[in-house]
Design a protein around this ligand. Structure first.
Ligand code: NDP
Length: 322
């Protein structure tokens, strides 16, 4: 089969489109014929070596397709099931052997591209809005990279829960998309001081929560945009990782909370995985949650897809089709 592998860390040029053996499903695994794979920022961290894994690796953490075969002891799925998953390496390929316990059966009305677009970023937006800082009416949230894959979904879920939402973006076009998704305010953080804007829009009070996936260039102003006892949710590093933070800073800025969550810890049990995926896929199927899938590449163009994502040229979801 064809797959995209990384033999050494580096820029997008290290991605190799290669022939590799079709994996055989071990005990507890299912072989999935991949119809669409999601491109996520985490793939770039693995390519660069910011997140560690023994090399070579097949990149990709998100896919949808059909179960072809199952290994010993698998009862959650069977051959012929349409499934999707997130959080297991190896999705930039024609086939992947994934733990059956991490597979979610697709409800009717969801095609493979929508499922591959919804799983990782959708469940991330879901846990951020419902569990890390459970939003509700009366809350105000600041969402960075608001027109990105997670951003557009997080805005919609925050609005479903009745919160007021500000989104930061780098261009006017992205500002339009953030507003279309429901953002009450869009702030161009490349030309405006987002901390000053946030304070102005909240009458000097600050927001209840900042969802910050940009980190290096934003974390400090994010902290300064919070109300006393507000929460900074640092959940990504699109501009680079944040530095070590002195806990005293949290006290000085008003007894703030800081968390650095990841999806795996919010889908740790099969029950929680099925609950979050069920909500997300159900909302997509009913039209309550809108996906934006504008960037679809053939598998062999994975390098171009990643360059577009890290070059801030994408909005919504980026997909690879094997
Ligand atoms: P996005 O589609 O959001 O793309 C990243 C966006 O970040 C860009 O479009 C850009 O938006 C913004 N950005 C700001 N500064 C930079 C920079 N220096 N370089 C590149 N981009 C920059 O990606 P994803 O939706 O895949 O992921 C969003 C974030 O969420 C990532 O940081 C990812 O790691 C994180 N994540 C975390 C998870 C978790 O559980 N912890 C799970 C899933 C994702 P703009 O041009 O508007 O600034």
């Amino acid at each position: 089969m064809k797959a995209i592998r990384v033999h050494q860390h580096g820029g997008a040029e290290v991605l190799r489109y290669e022939d590799v053996p079709v994996p055989s499903p071990g005990p507890g695994e299912a072989l999935v014929k991949i119809e669409a794979a999601g491109v996520n920022f985490i793939d770039i961290y693995f390519r660069q070596g910011l997140y560690k894994s023994a090399l070579p690796i097949i990149l990709g953490q998100e896919a949808a397709g059909m179960v072809e075969a199952v290994g010993a002891g698998v009862s959650d799925v069977k051959a012929g099931d349409r499934v999707a998953y997130a959080g297991t390496l190896g999705a930039y390929a024609q086939y992947a052997a994934a733990p059956a316990a991490r597979l979610v059966k697709l409800p009717g009305g969801i095609d493979a591209r929508s499922a591959a677009a919804a799983m990782l970023q959708g469940m991330t937006a879901h846990y951020l809005a419902t569990a890390t800082f459970p939003l509700g009416p009366g809350h105000t949230a600041l969402v960075h990279a608001a027109a990105g894959g997670v951003g557009l979904l997080l805005i919609q879920m925050a609005k479903m829960r009745g919160a007021r939402v500000f989104g930061t973006v780098s261009t006017e076009e992205k500002a339009r998309l953030a507003r279309e998704a429901g953002a009450d305010e869009a702030i161009l953080y490349t030309s405006q001081d987002f901390q000053a804007e946030t304070m102005r829009l909240t009458g000097g009070k600050g927001v209840d929560v900042v969802y910050d996936s940009v980190a290096k260039t934003t974390w400090e102003k994010s902290l300064h945009s919070l109300r006393p006892r507000g929460m900074l949710v640092l959940y990504g590093n699109a501009s680079g990782a944040a530095p070590a933070i002195d806990p005293l800073l949290l006290s000085q800025r008003g007894s703030l909370f800081l968390t650095r969550p990841k999806l795996g810890d919010y889908t740790a049990t099969r029950e929680e995985l099925l609950q979050r995926a069920g909500d997300v896929l159900g909302w997509v199927a009913s039209g309550k949650l809108k996906l934006r899938i504008e960037h679809v590449y053939p598998l062999e163009q994975a390098a171009e897809a990643q360059q577009a994502l890290e070059g801030r040229r994408t909005t919504g979801k980026v997909l690879l089709i094997p």
